[in-house]
Design a binder for this molecule. Structure first.
Ligand code: HPA
Ligand code: ZN
Length: 324
């Protein structure tokens, strides 16, 4: 099965580029930028990656990305991920980035996006991996800061496929960003947002995302299974879910494989993705293997998962068809 999965052409739709920062590159960037790290070695750093909730993960995630300072840093980060993706036969990736995690510590927006963009162009020509960017707002910051970030992104609109919403969900419902999302839609951005696993009010957040925001996709969203009326809405609108099995195990009580199975059986367009692979120890290959192991997925079912991913990808029809 491992070889079958390895051979499948894949699309990755839920991947935080800052969550691909492996300890080795973190040390390299720290040295380049003259920064001290609170770990003596790669092994020690990896050993400190212990989290059992979304907030405990986010603390380490934001701490880690402080080494990213310059345009070449962002280029190297994205190029490292895209090289790994190419090795795993990922043909297409939609990549989240968190501009506010950088602008809030003094790194200019254009430094971030120019570095990432240059890597995407090089990966297309050198590695044969196509990729697009999705700009995420940090939901634990004020909506006004998200709006300012949206406005700052407009000169780079052609480089950004859509917007997302991530970070700590507690007390930060989709509704908080209704005005920002409305403006993003007017500007031509496609819309997605995280409704993370087992967070407070996450089912209500899924409802708001669908009914009040009108998202084009939901990131995670597995808790929708608790409300069959909402599952109906997901089916009716053809919304895809970008699930991340290994990540689920780090922020909740398990991979949620059985819930994912139920959603697949109901006909929901479920996809398998890696979220923050440097922190959760698993890129898309390992996530597919983990879900296959838990559910005994057949080859046809694995192929269906990747078909779903290309189907819900934010690509024009003729490009999707070229992958399918
Ligand atoms: N959930 C919410 N915010 C995030 C995540 C996640 O899994 N990864 C990076 N930011
Ligand atoms: Zn995520």
């Amino acid at each position: 099965m491992r070889d079958f999965i390895a051979g499948l052409p894949k699309a990755e739709l839920h991947l935080h580029i800052e969550g691909t920062l492996e300890p080795e590159l973190k040390f390299e960037l720290a040295a380049r930028n003259g920064l001290e790290l609170p770990y003596a070695s790669v092994e020690q750093m990896r050993a400190a990656y212990t989290f059992d909730s979304l907030p405990s993960f986010l603390e380490i995630y934001y701490e880690g990305m402080r080494v990213l300072r310059t345009e070449p840093d962002f280029y190297d980060l994205a190029m490292a991920y895209l090289t790994k993706a190419a090795e795993q036969n990922v043909r297409y990736a939609e990549i989240f980035f968190d501009p506010q995690a950088h602008t809030s510590r003094g790194v200019p927006f254009d430094v971030v996006i120019r570095g990432l963009r240059r890597a995407l162009l090089d990966a297309d020509t050198r590695l044969g991996v196509r990729a697009q960017l999705i700009m995420c707002f940090l939901r634990d910051f004020q909506a006004e800061y998200a709006m300012a970030t949206l406005l700052e992104s407009l000169p780079y609109k052609e480089w950004i496929a859509g917007v997302g919403l991530d970070s700590d969900e507690k007390g930060n419902p989709p509704r908080k960003f209704a005005v920002v999302y409305e403006r993003a839609r007017q500007e031509g951005y496609l819309l997605t947002m995280h409704c993370d696993i087992d967070q407070d009010d996450t089912v209500e957040h899924i409802r708001q995302a669908i009914e009040e925001i009108g998202v084009d996709r939901i990131d995670h969203g597995v808790n929708v299974i608790a409300d069959l009326r909402l599952v109906e809405a997901v089916l009716e609108r053809g919304l895809g879910l970008t699930c991340c099995p290994i990540s689920n195990g780090h922020v909740s009580d398990g991979m949620k494989a059985e819930d994912i199975r139920k959603l697949m059986d109901l006909g929901v367009r479920v996809t398998v993705n890696s979220d923050d692979p440097a922190y959760f120890s698993g890129y898309v290959q390992e996530n597919l293997e983990a879900l296959q192991g838990a559910l005994r997925l057949t080859r046809d079912e694995l192929a269906d998962l990747e078909r779903n991913a290309f189907e819900i990808a934010w690509l024009p029809r003729h490009l999707k068809d070229a992958y399918l």
